[in-house]
Design a protein around this ligand. Structure first.
Ligand code: EPS
Length: 385
């Protein structure tokens, strides 16, 4: 399965085509919209989220609530387009270009993109590098989730840190975790720390600054043996890391004990193997975060990732105008001061996509029924091993 997206932050719409989704999977706009709504929430978002109320239109590949096996086409309109149609229109124009950007923001794609694509208006870079694009990636991930849910695979997340304020990690099941985090404006399971996190975001914002954080995603119900050790580009933890690192502003990713493995002894890092005739093989712990040898172990997948502070700042930090070559201190642009809770939803959904792809690689078939047969056969093979 694969997908491509197109569309600019202030263009008319975001578009995606998903190719390879099997037939007879229940998929509705309502299901996708639930994920889109989750992504729009969270403390620290800016005024743009007051303009948008993201809703998907399914314009191909789904009939009466079920996939047909044809490519699925998705559209999410940008409401803000009404204010930008002259500036962002596709038609040639003789009018002077309004809101051209010649002042690259440190930490954004602006300067590198301008140099690489030979653009004198950096808007041509920032419009596409904007995290607005995560909207349509979440829509694709939501479609992948419809497939995963049929096989009992569920995904949740928790925010573990906002800047200087860290939360206690919850070990709840995905279902219980979701009940708690869906009520939290920070998407954290640690109620006691919410106030401090919000105060921190307010302080940082008042100082013209921005703040990042740490997010954990957990996937439960994943069978043993997705991904493979036999070839570098079939290792599923590697693919998930790539997907996570491709989210705007994400800077690092770890599984299970992760970076702590650098300091811990082997006996404190690896998971002991057990067996009983009723439930077969199992592990005494899940320090590996659900992966060994690039394959799933059958334990929950636990991935953590770091989001850097959003680089659009009110506080002056130095840059150089690409036209005048003169230094200037950061220009004022509308922005979010913290998008970590929203990014947790994006992370869940890009991981959902990778899991669905790996699931189809392993149990591939053209219809839900064919995949289900393959899956059940495999489960029997595992039981009889
Ligand atoms: C973003 C800047 C802001 C964010 C945007 C990402 O948009 P604007 O420039 O229109 O104020 O709100 O995020 C979204 C629109 C979204 O849907 O998440 C940026 O520069 O990356």
């Amino acid at each position: 399965m694969r997908y491509l997206t197109a569309g600019e932050s202030h263009g008319p719409q975001l578009t995606a085509i998903i190719e390879g989704m099997p037939s007879n999977i229940r998929l509705t706009a309502e299901h996708i919209d639930t994920e889109l709504r989750r992504r729009q929430q969270g403390y620290g978002r800016g005024r743009r989220m007051e303009i948008e109320s993201d809703q998907v239109r399914i314009v191909g590949g789904v009939r009466h609530g079920k996939t047909t096996g044809a490519p699925i086409a998705l559209v999410v309109e940008n409401k803000d387009w009404n204010h930008w149609s002259q500036i962002m229109g596709a038609e040639p124009t003789d009018e002077p270009i309004k809101r051209a950007v010649t002042r690259p923001r440190p930490g954004h794609a602006d300067l590198n993109g301008g140099l690489k694509y030979k653009q004198t208006d950096l808007r041509n870079i920032l419009e596409r590098s904007s995290a607005r694009e995560t909207t349509i990636r979440v829509a694709c991930g939501a479609a992948a989730r419809s497939l995963l849910q049929l096989f009992g695979i569920h995904i949740g997340s928790q925010v573990l840190r906002i800047g200087e304020v860290s939360a206690k990690r919850s070990a709840l099941s995905v279902e219980e975790l979701r009940q708690v985090t869906e009520q939290s404006p920070l998407r954290t399971a640690d109620k006691d720390i919410e106030e401090a996190m919000m105060r921190h975001i307010d302080e940082v914002k008042a100082a013209g600054d921005s703040v990042g954080g740490l997010i954990e995603v957990i996937a439960e119900g994943v069978p043993v043996g997705l991904g493979s050790h036999v070839q570098w580009d079939r290792k599923l933890d590697g693919k998930i890391a790539q997907a996570v690192m491709s989210i705007q502003a994400f800077k690092g990713c770890e599984f299970g004990v992760g970076f702590d493995a650098a300091r811990l002894r082997g006996s404190k890092v690896h998971d002991e193997i057990m067996h009983d005739s009723q439930s077969g093989f199992s592990r005494a712990s899940n320090r590996a975060g659900g992966f060994e040898g690039g394959m799933t172990t059958g334990e929950p997948i636990v991935v953590r990732a770091v989001m850097k502070p959003i680089p659009t700042l009110y506080k002056p930090i130095s840059s150089v105008d690409i036209e005048t070559k003169q230094p200037f201190a950061a220009q004022i642009e509308r922005s979010d001061s913290c998008a970590v809770p929203a990014a947790a939803v994006v992370m869940e959904n890009v991981i959902a996509w990778e899991l669905a792809c790996a699931f189809l690689d392993k149990f591939g078939g053209d219809s839900y029924e064919e995949i289900e047969r393959n899956y059940n056969n495999y489960l029997e093979q595992i039981r009889n091993y």
